[in-house]
Design a protein around this ligand. Structure first.
Ligand code: 5RP
Length: 234
């Protein structure tokens, strides 16, 4: 059992989101260390018989591998006409429930799945709450490989400082599940997340950026209060 406070917050908030999943539903399975706990608990609820008839739509290879590990049946967007609920993490959450995502380079598939869900539940630890997006986290932009240099120039024209994301324990750049690259961009100020989201996605060669504006329905925040993990709805 972990005693690390951040891991504890992630574990409890993942569990709280998994507890909201109802039988007979199609569930979007997000990416990251917090959602990994939600996937684990959905699997445990299925195994115990408390939850029945669930199918998951993974947002990444990571989510797919975890779903298989916990025996959650999977489907694809071609086989369904709706998603009941999606659970996913975030790197920053502002007071309007707008998000920056993409810390795991999965924001393109995450945006497809999360925005299709009738209810999108975001799971974060308290450290992810910010007054303004861009304060603590760089904005990830997925770009097709041949367009990296012109896209970086355009991102500079928009006031950003772009940097190609490099792999850890892998030489060279991070390659996404779609075979593309990720540019992380520092913006000193994002006064209008909705217009920046659209402007960046309008640059030829950009597939998707990590601004999620007006997508989240519920934000569950894990915190440590009086030494114990505590979940609140934001
Ligand atoms: C992946 C994401 C993740 O949801 C985000 O990075 C949060 O991850 P974690 O729960 O590990 O902090 O957007 O692309």
């Amino acid at each position: 059992m972990t005693t690390d406070p951040v891991t504890l917050m992630k574990q409890e908030v993942g569990k709280a989101a998994a507890a909201r999943v109802k039988s007979d539903s199609i569930v979007g399975l997000g990416t990251g260390s917090t959602t990994a706990f939600a996937i684990q608990y959905i699997g445990e609820r299925l195994a115990s018989g408390e939850l029945k008839n669930i199918v998951g739509v993974p947002t990444s290879f990571q989510a797919e591998v975890l779903a298989k590990k916990y025996n959650i049946p999977l489907t694809t967007l071609d086989a369904i006409d709706h998603i009941d609920v999606a659970i996913d993490g975030a790197d920053e959450v502002d007071p309007q429930k707008n998000l920056i995502k993409g810390g795991g380079a999965a924001h393109t598939r995450e945006k497809v799945v999360d925005s299709l869900a009738q209810e999108f539940i975001v799971v974060v630890d308290g450290g992810k709450l910010v007054d303004k997006l861009g304060s603590t986290f760089l904005l990830p932009v997925e770009v097709i490989p041949m367009a990296v240099t012109p896209v970086m120039r355009k991102l500079e024209d928009l006031g950003g400082k772009p940097d190609l994301r490099m792999g850890i324990k892998k030489a060279g750049p991070v390659v996404t599940d779609q075979g593309n690259l990720v540019i992380d961009v520092k913006f000193d100020n994002i006064p209008n997340p909705a217009s920046l989201e659209a402007e960046i996605n309008n640059i030829p060669g950009v597939l998707e950026n990590g601004l999620f504006v007006g997508v989240a329905d519920v934000v569950l925040v894990g915190e440590i209060v009086d030494g114990k993990p505590h979940i609140r709805e934001f």
